[in-house]
Ligand binder design. Structure first.
Ligand SMILES: [Zn+2]
Length: 146
């Protein structure tokens, strides 16, 4: 099974806004930082102005370990965005982090054939610099010792 070829893909560059800026600033340093509600302890992603659980505005970004489990995935066979055409087919995954239950991160599963994307598989974050400002958190499988 061939690997998805990301080498020919020029990714759209995310544009940080008021709420997501701390997330991207941390990612640039190789740190995953998620919004953490100081009132109820809920982690959420993507960032919002208020906690989705308790509506508190007392939210801070805290670094979390980049280990998690595939919560959902989809295999992309057609590119809605033509910039991704060269990588088809590829796996887009939703990851629930061990350290931040409830927060779901979207990314691509890198370094393995897309058929390796399965719900429940263990993954770790890898940081893919897109340019000088934006580094994209992505994922790869955590391999058990063979
Ligand atoms: Zn809360």
């Amino acid at each position: 099974m061939p690997l998805s070829d990301w080498s020919q893909v020029t990714r759209p560059i995310p544009v940080p806004n008021e709420w997501t800026k701390p997330f991207w600033e941390s990612a640039k340093q190789g740190v995953l930082a998620l919004q953490h509600c100081q009132a109820c302890g809920h982690f959420q992603h993507p960032p919002y102005a208020t906690c989705v659980q308790c509506m508190s505005i007392d939210l801070t970004f805290e670094p979390v370990a980049g280990l998690g489990t595939i919560y959902a995935y989809s295999i992309m066979y057609h590119a809605g965005d033509k910039r991704f055409a060269a990588a088809l087919p590829y796996a887009s995954i939703i990851v629930e982090l061990d350290a931040a239950p409830g927060a779901l991160l979207a990314g691509n599963l890198l370094e393995v054939p897309y058929t390796e994307a399965k719900v429940g598989r263990r993954v770790e974050v890898v940081f893919e610099p897109l340019n000088d400002d934006i580094t994209l958190p992505q994922f790869r499988l955590l391999h058990a010792q063979a």
